[in-house]
Ligand binder design. Sequence first.
Ligand code: GDP
Ligand code: MG
Length: 163
Amino acid sequence: MKPIVAIVGRPNVGKSTLFNRMAGERISIVEDTPGVTRDRIYAEAEWLGKYFTIIDTGGIETKTDELIPQKMREQAELAMDTADVILFVVDGRLGMTPQDREIAIMLMKTKKPVLLVANKIDNNNIPDYFYDFYELGLGEPIPVSASLALGTGDLLDEIFKNF
Ligand code: GDP
Ligand code: MG
């Protein structure tokens, strides 16, 4: 069966950029405005002859008193329910934020494999606070640059270790 991979994380970490990179086409909307992806977007993708479905979710806002973020949160939860493996994307350049911690707590409730993806690592200089992400309890952060397609092959290899 074709595995379903869902990309989650707070707004602006590069989920849609990663989605487009993995889907090999520009389907999802990338904007500088945080949280612009409002709907789940699906694509069929392939890696070394293996097929998978990838889902881009809107960013998970942890502030739930607003209608749209609440809806986005619900969609992300739905995507996580559907997924066989979850990519939790964080901003590896900016470091950990309180929202990342909240999402990590949400993800600990799932029994599904979660891969922690530290995006925006555009060169070999890994910042010191990169290692703070270990605190999330989701294992080793996998450094990638979705923009430059760095580390995405290794990430796909990691995904397929689960199947
Ligand atoms: P989303 O809200 O999580 O879907 O994030 P987007 O994919 O829309 O990206 C948010 C911003 O981060 C955009 O300005 C992207 O160009 C930028 N971005 C995404 N991936 C990378 C990356 O690997 N490196 C850098 N430097 N910027 C990135
Ligand atoms: Mg997006």
